[in-house]
Ligand binder design. Structure first.
Ligand code: H79
Length: 431
């Protein structure tokens, strides 16, 4: 009997393994990947009951708040100025093509009308409005794609077992009920993919909370997602090279290939890439954090990401009253103005023929190579474009010809003055 059980288990296991290794993205998934690549720019939204504490989304853990005390925030959550259409209009004005919204962050609070826990925006707050529903409808209306952040780890539930590395000071005792937590997650994800469709991506976070080797049951979870919505792109912020079944590779607070924040350094895969970055210093609203990046710095980050073949997912943390911070709205407006002029050199491009350099990057679309000069202290710029023939070179902004000479090694651009624009774009037409 024991032998039979073992054989059964083994064969079940091998089916699972084979299934995971055999992941073949559906045609609509491959299409969604290319569309995602073309989009280049999205806005991340971190919003939950933590915004009321105004200390960022990690307040529960960082301040060691008792989970029952923390949960009382819900009954006071009434974002009287929340207006999904206003959000989406401000986001669309930035030139962003998609929104990634925190459906449930590490604190375990669900921002939609879920049947699988009362700890949610409709049942536990006086606001009683399904924020996700309103957001998804506004997204559909304005042609913005919706991605959903979903935390694998949980600081609230007692079946998040074993207790992870974080959230140890919240007063919970967890029990050996991983299975019910896993089912809870899958039920919620099913709900998200069924009632709020279409969801272009599910963006997981928290994998790093458990010890290496912990079995999160990802292959089955990923297969479930692809069964429900084959085009849905799966991303996981595990800070590792992509796992089987994932459709995009994501980076946190660093451009692919860089590791200043300590979460990156993983190999870069052939999957579509995205890096997320804060506009100030925090993801969730933090009242003392007015350390906003400048518009030129944000444009540079977006362009440097594009030159590395990656999208930028730029974060905004809405206030507890439901409004986006004015400083963020103003920056989005200015990025949008820039995108109105320069979008053609970003949207729909891929990383260009010249690899990223300190002075800037290149992006490529068809026979056009866009040279984005972000920081050059010289009147000349050599591009190692051996094997390519340049037909013409113009300043993208005013279509004025740019002087160039070409030999076997590459192309030398020569300017009358040191390029001083936020992004001085030279458009090369290649033969
Ligand atoms: O949602 C935002 C953050 O709340 C969440 N991801 C972004 C998008 C996030 N915050 N920090 N992290 C992810 C990474 C955290 C890593 C650490 Fe650790 C947790 C460092 C110390 C504790 C990993 C786990 C390294 C040691 C334990």
């Amino acid at each position: 009997m024991r032998k039979h059980v073992a054989i059964l288990l083994l064969s079940l296991l091998s089916v699972t393994v084979v299934r995971a290794q055999d992941y073949v993205p559906a045609p609509e998934n491959l299409e969604a990947r290319e569309e995602f690549r073309d989009d280049k720019f999205g806005i991340f939204i971190h919003w939950g009951i933590y915004s009321m504490l105004a200390q960022g989304e990690w307040a529960m853990t960082n301040l060691n708040l008792n989970y029952k005390e923390y949960a009382k925030l819900a009954s006071g959550f009434y974002p009287s100025r929340f207006n999904a259409e206003e959000w989406v209009k401000a986001i669309a004005a930035s030139g962003a093509k998609y929104i990634c919204f925190t459906s449930r962050h590490h604190d375990g609070f669900s921002m939609w009308d879920t049947d699988y826990s009362d700890y949610n925006i409709v049942d536990a707050t006086p606001f009683k409005r399904d924020i996700l529903k309103e957001l998804s409808e506004a997204c559909q209306k304005y042609g913005i794609k919706l991605h959903l952040y979903y935390s694998h780890l949980d600081w609230y539930r007692d079946d998040y077992y074993p207790l992870g590395r974080t959230g140890r000071g919240t007063g919970r005792t967890t029990h050996g009920e991983w299975k019910t937590y896993y089912e809870f997650m899958n039920n919620q994800i099913t709900e998200l993919l069924t009632n709020y469709a279409p969801i272009r991506a599910i963006w997981f976070d928290g994998w790093w909370d458990q010890q290496p080797g912990f079995d999160w049951g990802l292959p089955e979870q990923y297969a479930m997602i692809h069964r429900l919505q084959p085009a849905c792109l799966i991303a996981n912020n595990h800070h590792q090279a992509p796992f089987e079944g994932e459709d995009i590779q994501i980076f946190e607070r660093d451009l692919p290939g860089e590791n200043t924040a300590g979460y990156s350094g993983q190999d870069i895969s052939a999957l579509p890439l995205e890096t997320c970055q804060t506009m100030n210093g925090m993801w969730g609203y933090k009242i003392t954090d007015q350390d906003y990046k400048s518009v030129p710095d944000l444009i540079h980050y977006l362009v440097r990401a594009a030159g590395r073949n990656a999208n930028l997912l730029l974060n905004v943390g809405p206030q507890p009253n439901g409004e986006l911070p004015a400083a963020a709205v103003e920056r989005m407006r200015q990025i949008g103005e820039w995108m109105q002029v320069y979008g053609e050199t970003v949207y729909g491009t891929r990383g260009g023929d010249v690899p990223p350099r300190d002075w800037g990057v290149t992006t490529r679309k068809g026979d056009k190579l866009y040279v984005h000069i972000l920081d050059l202290q010289d009147k000349g710029l050599f591009l190692p474009l051996s094997g390519q023939k340049v037909k013409s070179a113009v300043c993208f902004k005013d279509r004025r010809p740019v002087k160039f000479t070409q030999d076997k090694q590459g192309v030398l651009l020569e300017f009358d003055a040191v390029p001083a624009d936020v992004d001085y774009v030279v458009e090369l037409t290649l033969k």
